[in-house]
Design a protein. Structure first.
Length: 422
């Protein structure tokens, strides 16, 4: 990812002439005297790229029950004018119906005794905003607050879970899910061991160089799990659509054809087994699936691209979805509280296909994940599953050049030992 820091320098040259009839109140230098002239004070620009001296700025927050018309009414803008504003601004620039409670906004008022409302600035999030002007003319402008991206390097050690380790290392909580996403094909995060270590090179966004605005990206990482180091480097693989992906130090993709699990689960409550005592039927039988316990309503996603071949309900399965990925691989997801796809839908890897429930023969909320290879149900954890498409050979030289400084930065950063963390 390329980033540029643009420094704007303004230089002004002032030319002065002396008049023999200069006013005595003017500070004019005598002949042969050196004149020192103070440059005018620079204009102070607001975070919305506006000159502060041009308007009266009144900041507020959208309250419960507020809508654009009520905000304008409190500001003295007549209903007829409000109608003109709404009709004059297309939804593509600003949708007046989507003003959410808790979002900050700023009223722009004229700098005279009347202080007439002439503008409205709505903050969609911490960075994006829209300026609506309705003084002499009605128009809107989208904008972004000035954002600085700062790169940071951090390291941590697992004591109980990844999220706790991220917190203990003083890293933004937003890193946790991104870090897990990178390694979701390589590592089962519910099998991390106490003492596993990690290093991360990541980027954080700051508004006006000081206000934290979230995580931008993870450039590189390494996870030391069971004594093995898993490297990951974020690389632009398609400049046309701006697609990035993660690869290891040998340019091998970290992405697998299948995800390790179909949801973010709390624990594996039951594994694939040729003989298990069924908690509902009270008898011994084969359990040809993996049960992931999770809260009701937790999203369930397809573990690979494919076509939905069943989306139905049976007494045993409850609400379930079955997805055919290739002629060789098929997956099934049981006991959903609600299905989100229908037969014939094409779903992408990670796309939500339903939600955790306890329908059918289930004692509690979970999803039973079943896996077929050539029409036979198998344990997915014991399969040698295919990787995603490899990096093109012609891209590898530029990739190795790109990751060299990142790998050096990772390797020069010392891991934190478990004893140090404690």
């Amino acid at each position: 990812m390329h980033r540029f820091l643009i420094v704007i320098s303004v230089c002004s040259t002032f030319l002065f002439s002396c008049s023999n009839e200069a006013n005595k109140d003017q500070d004019v230098a005598e002949v042969g005297e050196t004149k020192q002239v103070k440059a005018p004070k620079p204009k102070v620009i607001s975070e919305y790229e506006m000159t502060l001296s041009d308007y009266v700025f009144e900041r507020d927050t959208v309250r419960k029950g507020d809508f654009f018309g009520s905000i304008m009414d409190r500001s003295g803008v007549m209903p007829g004018k409000v109608y003109q504003i709404i009709e004059g601004i297309p939804d593509s620039l600003f949708n007046f119906r989507r003003i959410n409670v808790g979002r900050p906004y700023t009223l722009l008022k004229s700098k005279d005794s009347l202080e007439t409302a002439v503008g409205f600035i709505y903050e969609h999030n911490a960075i994006d905003y829209t300026k609506v002007f309705f003084g002499d003319s009605i128009y809107a402008i989208k904008g972004k607050k000035p954002v600085t991206v700062k790169q940071k390097v951090a390291t941590g050690v697992i004591t109980s879970s990844l999220s706790n380790a991220i917190d203990e290392a003083g890293i933004s909580y937003g890193i946790t899910s991104r870090f897990a996403d990178i390694y979701q094909w390589s590592v089962d995060f519910f099998r991390l061991q106490k003492g596993d270590q990690f290093k991360i090179i990541y980027n954080e966004k700051f508004i006006n160089d000081s206000i934290y605005a979230g995580v931008e990206s993870i450039d590189a990482a390494t996870l030391k799990h069971k004594g093995r180091e898993f490297y990951a480097f974020n690389f632009l693989v398609d400049s046309t659509v701006g697609r990035y992906d993660y690869f290891d130090e040998e340019a091998v993709t970290l992405r697998s054809f299948f995800l390790k699990a179909p949801l973010q689960y709390s624990r594996i409550s039951s594994r694939y087994s040729p003989r298990r005592f069924h908690p509902v039927q009270k008898r011994w039988k084969a359990h040809k699936g993996t049960d992931y316990a999770a809260d009701t309503g937790t999203p369930i996603w397809s573990t690979a691209d494919g076509t939905v071949i069943k989306s139905s309900y049976t007494r045993g399965n409850g609400n379930y979805v079955k997805v055919k990925h290739t002629n060789k691989y098929t997956t099934q997801y049981l006991h959903m509280s609600k299905r989100a796809v229908k037969v014939g839908d094409y779903v992408k890897q990670g796309e939500i296909i339903g939600y955790v429930g306890s329908t059918g023969l289930a004692t509690g909320p979970h999803v039973c994940y079943r896996f077929w290879v050539n029409g036979r149900q198998v344990d997915p954890y014991k399969q040698d599953l295919p990787d995603a498409e490899p990096m093109e050979e012609e891209m590898k030289p530029s990739y190795f050049e790109f990751i060299q400084p990142l790998k050096e930065a990772l390797d020069s950063t010392e891991y934190i030992d478990l004893q140090e963390q404690v």
